[in-house]
Design a protein around this ligand. Structure first.
Ligand code: PLP
Length: 523
């Protein structure tokens, strides 16, 4: 097979089992799609422009000496290229997205409408504050919903994703330890083995060391191990715990965990990515939590994936509130709003600044729009329905798949691969599901469960859709249990078959390099 210099196929390939394309390179009504550089000739242009000529060069000797070398395509060719690419994507607007630990939920169009209102969409971060009072009020109102829902006194609005919120919370903890004069001695952060990878990464980034705590047979923090790790706890900075945890389970000992960590002199960071399961029912402030990020893009809708956008406001307890990063918004006596931008006076103890400006305005609008349209009772119901839907899936599938733990789950159902025949792997199950018309669930995460499959349906799926999804998964699970070898070749029906995902992640080819002209290559 011919490859170009970037390692991509340059000629159509035959339709054998392990090849990606059919002879024509197309499949069903989906056409084979090359890179725009591969089929758009740089020697042509899609528009006819007159030769400039006759104008003096005012570029001071830095004018381009070579062609721009952009592919020249007509408008319909360009539109078709991008529409064909968009058809290769699976999207929440096409079907159920069962990814666990991600909350890919329906994004109400109302939110999008609100975010595009010119007063919000066109606001500039360097505009005089007197001209952006509405935007500041919106951020302030959203902040007040977040502190009310979490029962926490303060919130930092600027973090731009969950991981960034973790950084914010851990920097606040760092600053608090510094204020106590204990930063040098308190270096150890406890992190459960089931944690999302961003948790240990954040702790390390903040200069702490990570001490892993195992899970017990119920999928929760092993309390005996925790107590043991805290017996000599003078070096403990805190704990980073997710609740509900990444096994989709509520950490029932959370109050005791908070007491233990506080008694040891540490702080309690909670990863709030799964807040969707408990909003309106549980206030993290009542559980003894000191800092928690909220992924607005998970819990309060907003299209996300592919790296953005995100927004991770971080709520802080009384103990950490003085260290809140700047900028933050203050409402004055006369009802106007102003931004505290410098870490002095009222923000004297602030740990500093996390972003250039105030955070993700478009996402603030979407989140508040989501909250206002649901109301307090609607948010509570969204959480309850998310939990109900996940338990429905767990109950329906438990006869053909193996639930990782006994009992009810929260907003996501976790299965192990124990039900599958020996030579069928989790990845085969995921790929076979693609042929059934569904995006696979989260696989191999959390790491504490063998061959993990984590399914999060969210609250917006109907029973009929859940049934369709379960039927598809049931048939795949039965094939897996019987060791059906054809699963190894799945997906059969996708335009691209099995990719070398490890190589793609480790050696991504991010830049197209033009193939060498044949004459030179032949020499
Ligand atoms: C998504 C997620 C994160 C990271 O959030 P981002 O917004 O992707 O940075 C952290 N922890 C858990 C449990 C998550 O699910």
């Amino acid at each position: 097979m011919a490859m170009n210099s970037s390692g991509r196929r340059t000629a159509p390939v035959s339709a054998s089992n392990d090849e990606t394309h059919t002879v024509s390179g197309s499949r069903g009504l989906l056409q084979r799609e090359d890179l725009i550089f591969e089929f758009g000739s740089t020697k042509e242009t899609g528009v006819d422009l007159p030769e400039p000529g006759g104008k003096p060069d005012r570029l001071g000797g830095v004018s381009r000496s070579r062609d721009v070398e952009l592919p020249g395509l007509s408008e319909p060719e360009t539109v078709r290229h991008y529409v064909r690419l968009s058809q290769r994507n699976y999207a929440i607007d096409l079907g159920l997205f069962p990814l666990g630990s991600c909350t890919m939920k329906h994004n109400p169009r109302l939110n999008e409408r609100m975010a595009r209102l010119p007063g919000f969409a066109d606001v500039h971060p360097m505009q005089p504050q007197s001209t952006a009072q509405g935007a500041l009020e919106l951020i302030d109102q959203l902040a007040s919903w977040l502190t009310t829902l979490t029962g926490m006194p303060a919130v930092a609005m600027s973090p731009k994703a969950g991981a960034h919120g973790e950084l914010c919370g851990m920097l606040a903890i760092r600053k608090a330890l510094e204020a106590r004069g204990e930063l040098d001695t308190r270096r150890r952060v406890l992190v459960p083995a089931s944690a999302h990878g961003t948790n240990p990464a954040t702790a390390i980034q903040c200069g702490f060391t990570v001490d892993e705590i195992g899970a017990d047979a119920r999928g929760r923090v092993d309390m005996a191990e925790l107590r043991e790790k805290l017996t000599d706890g003078a070096d403990v900075a805190g704990i980073m715990l997710t609740n509900p945890n990444t096994c989709g389970l509520f950490e029932t000992d959370i109050r005791e965990i908070a007491d233990l960590i506080h008694d040891a002199g540490g702080y309690f960071y909670c990863d709030g990515a799964n807040f969707n399961a408990i909003m309106g029912r549980v206030r993290p402030g009542d559980l003894g939590i000191d800092a928690m990020h909220i992924n607005l893009h998970k819990t309060f809708s907003t299209p996300h994936g592919g790296g953005g956008p995100g927004s991770g406001p971080t709520v802080l307890s009384e103990a950490l509130a003085p260290f809140t990063p700047v900028p933050f918004i203050v409402r004055d006596e006369d009802g106007t709003f102003h931004l505290v931008e410098e870490d002095r006076e009222e923000a004297e103890q602030s740990f500093g600044r996390m972003t250039a400006f105030h955070g993700q305005m478009g996402m603030f609008v979407r989140a508040l729009s989501y909250m206002l349209s649901h109301g307090a009772d609607g948010l509570k119901q969204a959480a309850e329905d998310a939990v109900l839907n996940a338990n429905y899936i767990q109950a329906r599938l438990k006869s053909v798949m193996t639930p990782a733990f006994d009992g009810y789950c929260m907003h996501e159902a976790l299965f192990s691969d124990a039900f599958a025949a020996d030579d069928i792997e989790t990845i085969d199950i995921a790929k076979a599901l693609i042929d059934e018309g569904y995006h696979p669930m989260t696989m191999y995460f959390p790491l504490v469960v063998h061959g993990a499959m984590l399914i999060e349906p969210t609250e917006t799926e109907s029973k009929a859709e859940l049934d369709r999804f379960c039927e598809a998964l049931e048939s795949v699970a039965q094939r897996a249990a019987s060791g059906d070898p054809s699963m190894k070749a799945a997906p059969m029906l996708a335009p691209i078959r099995r990719l070398d995902e490890t190589r793609a992640a480790r050696k991504p080819i991010l830049k197209w390099t033009p193939p060498e002209p044949e004459a030179i290559a032949a020499e």
